[in-house]
Design a protein around this ligand. Structure first.
Ligand code: HEM
Length: 135
């Protein structure tokens, strides 16, 4: 059961990170003229797949905490800091995609525009903390 929950946790993480990278690409790197046609479809994908990934990461992650590994590990505390940051960024991506669908010329704040490096650096740190468990 433990390995099944962990497998579902990691599967959810793939869907979450994959979806957030697509959002970051469209928000930060696609020109407004092209963006308008893409955002509608992307918001649908985000609502169904990426949001399910976020929910699965939290549900199966908390299940692993309360069912198996407990909450006392330093690596988990540090990891959750980056996971909360990613969760907040995803919420801001959703908000700004909604606004940008109405007005494609809108430019989101720097934190949202810099989504790609924030997600990639967080991913490296989260996986290192979760697998190596350095402290
Ligand atoms: C959303 C909240 C999250 C919580 C509460 C959480 C919690 C946990 C817990 C308790 C484990 C089990 C550790 C073990 O059994 O050794 C785990 C494993 C793991 N988590 Fe998360 N996690 C979350 C999000 C994420 C995210 C967003 C990623 C990647 C982007 C991630 C990547 C991993 C990996 C790769 C493992 C496997 C570690 C191993 O087998 O050694 N987690 N997570």
């Amino acid at each position: 059961m433990y390995f099944t929950i962990k497998a579902l946790h990691i599967l959810s993480d793939f869907l979450l990170i994959g979806g957030m990278l697509i959002n970051a690409f469209v928000i930060g790197m696609v020109p407004p003229a092209i963006r308008v046609g893409v955002i509608g479809a992307l918001r649908k994908y985000d609502r169904i797949v990426t949001t399910a990934g976020l929910a699965g990461a939290w549900i199966f992650g908390l299940w692993l905490i309360f069912g198996y590994v407990g909450f006392s590990n330093g690596w988990l505390h540090a990891k959750l800091l980056f996971v909360v940051l990613l969760s907040a960024l995803h919420g801001m991506q959703q908000g700004w995609m909604r606004r940008m669908q109405a007005d494609p010329k809108l430019d989101p704040p720097a934190f949202v525009r810099a989504g790609m490096p924030i997600i990639l650096v967080s991913l490296v740190l989260i996986v290192a903390l979760a697998v190596i468990k350095p402290f």
